[in-house]
Design a protein around this ligand. Structure first.
Ligand code: ARG
Length: 471
C-alpha cells in the first residue's frame, strides 16, 4: 500500500465499476497501469457537483424515486464537505475519481447509491468534469494574467520618460521608453487572457446525457442538467461529445502562447541583468547564487520560466498526438489528456506568479537604459524624417542620412556629434535645428503616432490597459 493509501478510510476495495462480465479480477500491474485517480482527483468537487445535478434531474424526470434522488444529492453534498475537511480521504486503489465517489456513495447509502449512474457513462461524466474544472481553473489563471499586467502597467506609468533603445535583430534601432516597451508585453498578455476567454465560451455546453456515445433510452432531461450547472445549453452530438478533446488542446495552446511570451520576456530580463547591459537589477529574493563563485547573482527564475516553456509545448504536442489517430468515439487514449492539460496549467500558473514577483521587485537602471540610445546611430531615421519634412522623397532622404552615418562612423562619433558642416555636405536642406530633432529624447517624444512611444501616446495605452484590468 502506498503512503497515499494509508489515509483511506472509506470507499476502498471496491470491484471496478465494470467488473460484472469478468470472471477474474484484473492483474495488479494492470490496475496500476490504467488507474487515473492520482491525476483526476483534483476534479473531485466538480465530479460531485455534476453528479448532484444529474441525480436531481433523475428524480425530477421520474427516472428514480424523488426520495432517493434527495438521499443521493444530500449524501454527495456530505462527501464533498468531508473531502474538503479531510474527514474523508481519497482511496487511491479506486480506478478513478468517478469510481471512488460512486463507491463511497454506495457504501453510505446502499441501494440508492447504486442509482446515481443511471443513464450516464464515465465518458460523458469525464467530459463534464473537465469542463466544470476548467470553468473555475481558467478564471483563476486569468486573474494571474491581470496581476502581471497590472504590475507592468504600474512600472510603465512611472517610466513614460525613461529612455530605452528599441531593438530589431538585437541591434539598436530607434529610441523608445521603458513604458512603451513594457506595454508591448502587457498587450501580448492581454491577448492571452482573451484567448482563454474565447476558449471558455466554447466549453459552455453541457455534455451530460451523451452517455457512453449514443445518448440514452431513458427520458433524461439534458437541458435541465445544463441549466442547473450554468451552461448555456447542451452539446449537439453525442458522438462528438465523448470523442473530442479539442478544448484541452485549445487551452494548452493558449497556455503555450502565454509561456512563449513569458519566455521571451525572461530572455530579455536575463540579457538585461548582465554586466554588459545592466538595465535591470533583480531583487535578492528572486535571484540565486553559485556554490563555487562567491560573487554570483543569477537570474535563475527567469531561466526556469524559459526552461519550463518547453514542457508546456511538449504537453501541447502530446495532446495533439493523442487525438491524431483516434476513430470515433471514446478511446482510452483520451484519459491521458488530463496529465498534459493539468501539468501545462500548473506550470503556467506558477510561472505567472513567479514572474509577477520577479518583475515587481526588480529595479530599473534609468541611466544605463538611456545610454543605450546613445551610439549606434539609432537617430538616423530621424535625420531622414527631418528631410522628408523639408520635401525630400524618403528614399533619397534615406541615402542622405546613410551618408551622414558613414561620416560619423569614419569620425568615430555619434550622429548628433557631427558638425553642421558635415550634415550640410550631405544635404544643404539640413540646418542647425537638426540637432534638437535628433536627441534621443526628441526621437522618442516626436513619435506621436497612435501606439508609438511618445509619453502622451503611452499614457493612452496605460489608461486603456488599466480600464481592461478593472473590467
Ligand atoms: N478515466 C477515464 C478518462 O479520463 C474516464 C472515462 C473512462 N471510460 C471508459 N470507457 N473506460 O478518460
Amino acid at each position: 500500500m502506498s503512503e497515499k493509501n494509508k489515509g483511506a478510510i472509506e470507499g476502498g476495495n471496491h470491484a471496478a465499476l465494470w467488473s460484472g462480465r469478468f470472471k477474474e479480477g484484473p492483474d495488479g500491474a494492470a490496475v496500476e497501469f490504467e488507474t487515473s485517480i492520482y491525476v483526476d482527483e483534483r476534479m473531485a468537487q466538480d465530479d460531485i457537483k455534476g453528479s448532484i445535478a444529474h441525480a436531481t434531474m433523475l428524480g425530477e424526470a421520474g427516472i428514480i424515486p424523488k426520495e432517493e434522488s434527495l438521499q443521493i444529492t444530500g449524501e454527495l453534498q456530505r462527501i464533498g464537505e468531508d473531502l474538503l475537511s479531510g474527514k474523508l480521504k481519497i482511496d487511491y486503489s479506486a480506478e478513478d475519481i468517478h469510481s471512488f465517489i460512486e463507491g463511497v456513495l454506495t457504501d453510505r447509502l446502499g441501494e440508492a447509491g447504486k442509482k446515481v449512474h443511471t443513464g450516464r457513462s464515465r465518458n460523458d461524466q469525464i467530459a463534464l468534469d473537465e469542463r466544470l474544472y476548467l470553468r473555475h481553473a481558467i478564471p483563476d489563471l486569468q486573474r494571474r494574467i491581470k496581476t502581471v499586467v497590472s504590475v507592468l502597467v504600474s512600472i510603465a506609468d512611472k517610466h513614460k520618460e525613461s529612455l530605452l533603445s528599441g531593438y530589431t535583430h538585437m541591434q539598436r534601432a530607434q529610441p523608445v521608453s521603458l513604458a512603451h516597451h513594457l506595454c508591448a508585453w502587457a498587450w501580448m498578455l492581454q491577448r492571452d487572457w482573451q484567448r482563454l476567454e474565447d476558449a471558455l465560451g466554447r466549453i459552455n455546453k453541457c455534455p451530460l446525457g451523451a452517455g457512453a456515445l449514443a445518448g440514452s433510452t431513458l427520458p433524461l432531461n439534458r437541458e435541465m442538467v445544463a441549466e442547473s450547472l450554468g451552461f448555456e445549453g447542451v452539446t449537439d452530438n453525442s458522438l462528438d461529445t465523448v470523442a473530442d478533446r479539442d478544448y484541452c488542446i485549445e487551452f494548452t495552446a493558449a497556455f503555450s502562447l502565454i509561456m512563449a511570451h513569458l519566455s521571451r520576456f525572461c530572455e530579455e530580463i536575463i540579457i538585461w541583468s548582465t554586466e554588459e547591459f545592466k538595465f535591470i537589477t533583480l531583487s535578492e529574493k528572486w535571484s540565486t547564487g553559485s556554490s563555487i563563485m562567491p560573487q554570483k547573482k543569477n537570474p535563475d527564475f527567469a531561466e526556469l520560466i524559459r526552461g519550463r516553456t518547453g514542457k508546456v509545448y511538449g504537453n501541447l504536442i502530446a495532446l495533439l498526438t493523442m487525438v491524431k489517430g483516434l476513430p470515433l468515439s471514446y478511446n482510452r487514449d483520451m484519459q491521458e489528456d488530463k496529465e498534459s492539460l493539468f501539468d501545462a496549467y500548473d506550470t503556467v500558473y506558477s510561472c505567472l506568479e513567479v514572474f509577477t514577483h520577479m518583475i515587481g521587485t526588480a529595479q530599473w537602471n534609468e541611466a544605463k537604459m538611456a545610454s543605450s540610445c546613445v551610439g549606434g546611430h539609432s537617430n538616423a531615421t530621424d535625420v531622414a524624417d527631418y528631410l522628408v519634412r523639408k520635401g525630400m522623397p524618403f528614399r533619397t532622404a534615406h541615402g542622405v542620412a546613410a551618408g551622414a552615418v558613414r561620416i560619423a562612423i569614419e569620425k568615430n562619433c555619434n550622429l548628433e556629434d557631427l558638425d553642421i558642416t558635415d550634415f550640410q555636405r550631405c544635404s544643404p536642406l539640413i540646418e542647425k535645428d537638426i540637432f534638437e530633432y535628433i536627441t534621443p529624447d526628441g526621437c522618442m517624444k516626436n513619435r506621436k503616432t497612435t501606439g508609438g512611444p511618445a509619453p502622451e501616446e503611452v499614457a493612452k495605452q496605460i489608461a486603456s490597459l488599466q480600464d481592461w484590468i478593472n473590467q
